[in-house]
Structure formats: structure tokens, C-alpha cells
Design a protein around this ligand. Structure first.
Ligand code: C2O
Ligand code: CU
Length: 523
């Protein structure tokens, strides 16, 4: 069946035309934008990237065998209306509806991830890869009883949550949890949105080996959708014998971070196959948990896709996705997906690979393949469950700060190559910046080197003001090679906060700092 959507507001014909136009333009733009204009970032270790191409091709052949995951999650804790799929949810052991109390154990697990390699010796949360999703509702108190069964010390960082710095997993504040040790994390989730958790000790290795999981904080009123799909996107670098190649030993990995040779969705080799029905509306929550890879996504097939949320939650002005969506490491996006016709819809990732004449080209690889079935009595009109959130308060800038990024040869870094923020590596003895609670800071970030950097601030949200094509609140911004970006940061959460590059190898080589936000003095 070919479904037609009408809206209560727009004359039916206009919307049909709009929809048709969207799809046509969308596909046309994809080929242009990905083949040529983004070649600037295609310089990332082409040899490595070419390896992805070979493996991903192999993966494509196996696409049909993955289990469909339509329907309700196997958990009692997710509200039925949310229908969170693609993940398991941490079981809430507390009967109080406003307290989420969970157990989280980091440990070593042997897991069969790829058909063509032996089981990997991984680091996992609760024996799973990715770790189970932490699910809460805005305003909830979260208590996490954390155990460390790893052979090394670790912490857990709740990426994006505006909580107390004591609970943020910063090993300069929190005593790292030793092997066999425990820690009780306790915080209130103030903002609805899609977040994730991961260690902040030797994260370049610990995250790569499997330590990460998603966090979903639901709005008080959950936008009604057929289901919510968590799409935790990663790439990992493994040898054919199932071992992890050594870390930071190659020049490309020191320069560009560790790019994987296998693409993963929710811990499974891409693409994964799922099912839906015509006129279903889904909410996709995309998280990029890779060590270094900036991802570029599009959706192929008869679907209307709108960007409805970013790092900081739902947008006030959702917009139709009509060009590939760039998701750097650490960022999240919420998409609204409306299936327009029976058939196939695919979420694709554009990966730089070596093409003809050793030229780097972006090639699409399917990540998620949706088999869209006909539906009897499908509705003939469409009302978006994401009409636009209340706009957040934009404020005038009262302070300015600058960050510059560059690399130098220096023995301060274990590799001999050091990545610097404002000419300094690690910033161990003093903060990079000191602000006051309530400050609105314009931060100009200048990348003086070729590799790109996804720069992340803990504990605060910001807007990207230059370029101005990425609306919404963020906690991570991509700073392309040799480019300058500007952000407007809302320093509303007092404490001592990490500020670092989320290419974890860069952070390990010095691209790590802290900023202090002093609490407001009592009047
Ligand atoms: Cu994902 Cu310091 O963070
Ligand atoms: Cu970096």
C-alpha cells in the first residue's frame, strides 16, 4: 500500500507535495554532499578506513539473519508507552516511583561479537555489550550501586547529565574505584534526553573494550510513538584472531584517534534488521560511542525523518532531515521517523573508504534495515508527537574565553606526540578556565591542526553559534581541522568540570583539562 499523509492543519495536497519533495530532494542531496563536499575530513587514516569497507561488505551479506526486535522491551522498568527497543534496561530495584535504584558491575566477559572471529575478551557492564540502558524520568533520583570487577581501576561518568561534580566520575575528584571496590553514585536527573555512561579512567582502552551504555531520561509526558529505538553506534578495531590491536602505537591513531575496522549497532555487527508497519512513528535515539569516528547518517526509503532532539533534549523547532546528519563522537540525536510506504527503509552511515585512484570517497553502509509491512486500517493523517518543546532561555553573553588546539612533539605524552589545549597538556595543576555560576560564556575554539576534535564540556549545556547550522543544546561540538567554532555556554552547574576532546586517544595524549564554575554567593 502507498500511504498518504494528511494533516489537520495543512491542506492534504500541500503536505503530500511537501513529503514527496522532501524525499526527492533528500536523496539527491545525499549523493552530492557525501561524495564531494565533505572530503575535508576524509583524510582520516584512509588505510584504516579502507579496512572497514571490506569488513562491512562482508557484514552486509549477513543482514537477513539478525533477529527482528519489533515490540515491547523485555523489561518491567520501561514505561509501556515508551516501548524502548534495541536494548535491555537496568532493573529498578526501588519501589518508589521517583527513585531508580540499580546495580552496575564492570567486569571482564568473553563475548562472541563477530561470526568470523573468536570471542572477544571484553570489558562489560553487567556482562553485556553495550551495558544495559539506564532509564529514568525527569526529576527522578538515581542510585547506582557500582562494583568494579575489572583488573584495573575505573570510574563511571554520566555523559551529558548536569549532576554534582562529586558524582561525575572525574578521577581527579572521585577516588578511582579499585579492582574489587565499590562506589555509590547518587544524583537527580534534571533534564530529559538521550545520554550515555562510560568510564573516565584510561577511557581510550576501557571504552574501546566495551564499557559504555545509553541513558534515557524521559519527559514527564512521553511523546506517544509506536516505539523508541536506541541506536548505539560504534566502531571497534579488532584483529582476525579476536584480539584488540595495541593502543596508540601507530602514527595515524595518535593523529586521528583509533578508528575501528568493524561497525557496530547496539553491540552487533551492522546492519541489524528490524520490523515496523506503515504509518508507524518511531523515535530513534542515536548515540555515537566510538573512540574517534565522526559518523554521517542518512535514511534511505519512504520515510519522513525529522530531527527532534539533541544532546540537551527535545528541540523547540524540529526540522526535516534533508542532508546527511553528522554525529561526532559523544553527541546524541533524537529523530522522528514516519514510515510512508511498505518496503525497505535503511539508516546508512557514510564511511570514508579508498576509491578509484586511491581517492578517499564516502561510501554508505547500512546500519539498520527496517522491513516496513503494510497495515490494515492505517491512519491517513499524521500528527507529530513532537510539536516542538518549550524554547530554552537564551541569554546574553557576559564573558568570553578562547581555546586553541594543536599538537607538538613532547615527552609529556606517553607517545611523544602531545595534543594541547591553550598550549598545555593535561592541565593537572590549575583549571583552564574559572567562571561563576550563571555566566553565559562565548567560547571561541580554534583548531590549529588538521585532525578534527569533538570537544566536550562536562556538567553544562551550550549552543553552537558558529557555524549556526546545528540548533539545540549540546555538550559536545565538532571542531573540524583548521577551523574555528564558537559556542555560547550556560555555566549553570557549579563545580569542577572536565573539558576535553572526546577522541579518547587525543585526551590520553594531553587534550584534557578542567574548568571551575564557582557557586553563586548567597546574598
Ligand atoms: Cu563522554 Cu568526559 O566524557
Ligand atoms: Cu581531539
Amino acid at each position: 500500500m502507498k500511504s498518504q499523509f494528511a494533516s489537520g492543519i495543512m491542506p492534504q495536497k500541500t503536505l503530500q507535495q511537501l513529503l514527496a519533495g522532501t524525499l526527492v530532494t533528500f536523496m539527491a542531496m545525499v549523493s552530492v554532499a557525501c561524495a564531494g563536499s565533505e572530503s575535508g575530513s576524509a583524510t582520516d587514516d584512509p588505510a584504516t578506513d579502507a579496512a572497514v569497507s571490506a569488513d562491512a561488505n562482508v557484514a552486509a551479506v549477513d543482514a537477513g539473519t539478525a533477529a527482528p526486535d519489533i515490540g515491547q522491551p523485555d523489561t518491567a522498568t520501561a514505561p509501556a508507552s515508551a516501548g524502548l527497543v534495541g536494548t535491555t534496561v537496568l532493573a529498578d530495584g526501588n519501589p518508589d516511583p521517583h527513585i531508580v535504584e540499580v546495580k552496575l558491575t564492570a567486569g571482564t566477559t568473553s563475548l562472541k561479537v563477530f561470526d568470523d572471529t573468536p570471542a572477544l575478551q571484553m570489558y562489560t557492564y553487567n556482562g553485556q555489550f553495550p551495558g544495559p540502558t539506564l532509564h529514568a524520568t525527569i526529576g527522578d533520583k538515581v542510585i547506582v550501586h557500582f562494583n568494579n570487577d575489572l583488573p584495573e581501576a575505573t570510574t563511571v561518568h554520566w555523559h551529558g547529565l548536569r549532576i554534582s561534580d562529586k558524582m561525575d566520575g572525574n578521577p581527579r575528584i572521585q577516588e578511582p574505584v579499585k579492582p574489587g571496590g565499590t562506589f555509590k553514585y547518587e544524583f537527580v536527573v534534571k533534564d530529559a534526553g538521550t545520554y550515555w555512561y562510560h568510564p573516565h579512567m584510561r577511557s581510550n582502552e576501557q571504552v574501546e573494550k566495551g564499557l559504555y551504555g545509553a541513558i534515557v531520561v524521559h519527559e514527564a509526558k512521553i511523546p506517544p510513538v509506536a516505539r523508541e529505538r536506541l541506536l548505539v553506534m560504534d566502531d571497534i578495531r579488532v584483529n582476525k584472531d579476536g584480539t584488540f590491536p595495541p593502543f596508540l602505537t601507530s602514527h595515524p591513531s595518535q593523529m586521528h584517534g583509533r578508528l575501528g575496522n568493524r561497525l557496530l549497532v547496539n553491540g552487533k555487527e551492522a546492519p541489524i534488521a528490524v520490523k515496523a508497519q506503515v504509518t508507524d512513528i518511531e523515535r530513534w535515539r542515536i548515540v555515537n560511542t566510538a573512540n574517534a569516528r565522526t559518523m554521517h547518517f542518512d535514511v534511505q526509503g519512504e520515510a519522513l525523518v525529522r530531527v527532534v532532539g539533541t544532546d540537551g533534549g527535545l528541540l523547540d523547532k524540529p526540522y526535516v532531515l534533508n542532508k546527511p546528519l553528522t554525529v561526532p563522537v559523544g553527541q546524541r540525536y533524537d529523530l522522528e521517523v514516519l514510515y510512508g510506504a511498505a518496503g525497505k527503509v535503511a539508516l546508512r552511515s557514510y564511511v570514508p573508504v579508498l576509491g578509484a585512484n586511491n581517492k578517499v570517497v564516502y561510501k554508505p553502509f547500512a546500519q539498520l534495515e527496517v522491513d516496513v509491512a503494510d497495515k490494515k486500517d492505517a491512519p491517513d493523517s499524521y500528527t507529530s508527537p513532537f510539536p516542538g518543546a518549550k524554547p530554552h532561555k537564551q541569554r546574553f553573553i557576559n564573558r568570553k574565553a578562547v581555546a586553541t588546539f594543536k599538537a607538538v612533539q613532547s615527552s609529556i605524552s606517553p607517545t611523544g606526540l602531545a595534543w594541547l589545549i591553550n598550549d598545555k597538556a593535561y592541565w593537572k595543576d590549575k583549571p583552564l578556565w574559572t567562571f561563576d555560576e550563571g555566566d553565559t560564556v562565548e567560547i571561541t575554539i580554534k583548531n590549529l591542526a588538521g585532525p578534527e576534535h569533538p570537544f566536550h564540556l562536562h556538567g553544562q549545556f551550550f549552543e553552537i553559534i558558529e557555524p549556526n547550522d546545528q540548533p539545540g543544546l549540546k555538550d559536545t561540538v565538532l571542531v573540524p581541522g583548521m577551523k574555528t567554532v564558537k559556542i555560547r555556554a550556560y555555566m549553570d552547574n557549579p563545580g569542577q568540570w572536565m573539558a576535553h576532546c572526546h577522541i579518547l586517544g587525543h585526551a590520553a595524549q594531553g587534550m584534557m583539562s578542567e574548568m571551575v564554575v564557582n557557586p553563586k554567593k548567597a546574598p
